[in-house]
Design a protein around this ligand. Structure first.
Ligand code: FAD
Length: 317
């Protein structure tokens, strides 16, 4: 079932969902299930599974370093299929421009269709670690907008090199990313919103936001998006702070601001156990206010560990 249909069916009730990251290559999927199991009592209608792009590794061959490209966390579509069937829940694989040719994306979408996956999240992806800026993959998409268009074309039977009329066409519901504090490369929030509108005009059905820690930023973003003519659901993404290092890391990586009260509370913590609790408490307050404002879904970034998400969900769902 589509994410947008879940939202419609909920008739204004806020839904619970979360995002997980595939395990490192070679690790067991049971660990992932161990983190999903405790969250299923809150009845998420859908679970997102991220995709990590390829990165360079250096292999020592008799003293000489061999530079190789590899994916550390492959398996997004396989994980989506296994979760979907194990828990009878919809899954949303993240599909990236970076690291994939359009043909590879087409095959991935065909796999998703065979597997009964009804939703995909269309993302550009970040620059590779060694690059300062995002460089489009040869034969791939430069921006999420054109990836959205490819998925929409496929929904109409328009494949890259042929048009195929079939009774059982793909009909993906497409999510895209939105940034309440603007995307780090965008020259202004207004320009970024124009780009977001282009993604919606290309066929995106809903938006999931980057994490934010001040709800005012989300409310202002939703209002500005409406003014811009964006009328699809905008799902807030919530990340509980979990370690002290997040105070430096999150603003640096995502170019987001942290409220002073939150910084002070984390600063006062004697250890990361206390930080985790501050993160939970903050996310609960954020979530309560967002829920009271009638957001369609509260979507949590779990980063692999679910104990804090469970503590938050228990207070809200
Ligand atoms: C909810 C969510 C989930 C995510 N999941 C993943 C994941 O699984 N894996 C992963 O690697 N990353 C993920 N990301 C990170 C995302 O890939 C990065 O933030 C990336 O840098 C931008 O992706 P995008 O889809 O927003 O790109 P785009 O929408 O393509 O925008 C990228 C930048 O280009 C600008 N832009 C867009 N169109 C144009 C144009 N025509 N001309 C000039 N500029 C333009 C935009 O303003 C923006 O600054 C996620 C982010 C969010 C918010």
């Amino acid at each position: 079932m589509k994410v947008t249909d879940h939202i419609e069916k909920a008739k204004g009730e806020t839904l619970f969902s979360f995002e997980i990251i595939p395990p490192l290559k070679g690790r067991n999927i049971q660990e992932l299930y161990g983190n999903i199991d405790p969250l299923m009592e809150f009845k998420p209608p859908f679970i997102d599974v991220t995709t990590s792009r390829e990165e360079y590794v250096y292999i020592d061959r008799d003293g000489l370093l061999d530079k190789k490209l590899t994916r550390m966390r492959p398996g997004t579509v396989g994980i989506c299929a296994s979760i979907k069937h194990k828990y009878d829940v919809d899954t949303v694989p993240h599909v990236l421009c970076g690291g994939f040719t359009k043909e590879e994306t087409e095959y991935l979408l065909v796999d998703c269709h065979y597997l009964g996956i009804d939703n995909v999240m269309a993302l550009r992806g970040d620059a590779m670690r060694e690059q300062q800026y995002f460089e489009p993959t040869k034969g791939g998409h430069p921006f999420a907008k054109s990836l959205v268009k490819q998925i929409q074309d496929l929904n109409c039977g328009k494949y890259l090199h042929e048009v195929i009329e079939a009774d059982d066409c793909a009909d993906f519901c497409i999510g895209v990313a939105g940034y309440p504090e603007k995307h780090l490369e965008a020259p202004s929030l207004k320009t970024d919103l124009k780009r977001l509108k282009e993604k919606v005009d290309a066929g995106a059905d809903y938006i999931v936001t980057q994490m934010f820690f001040d709800n005012k930023k989300y409310f202002e973003f939703v209002a500005a998006a409406k003014d811009m003519g964006i009328h699809v659901p905008i799902i807030p993404g919530i990340k509980p702070i979990a370690v002290k290092r997040h105070l430096q890391l999150l603003p640096q990586v995502f170019r987001i601001d942290l409220p002073q009260d939150l910084i002070d509370a984390v600063d006062d913590c004697k250890n990361n156990k206390e930080v985790r609790q501050v993160g939970i408490d903050w996310a609960i307050q954020q979530s309560k206010e967002l829920k009271a404002a009638g957001v369609p879904v509260l979507h949590y970034y779990s980063m692999g560990k679910s104990d804090n998400i469970k503590a938050i969900a228990r207070e809200l769902f």
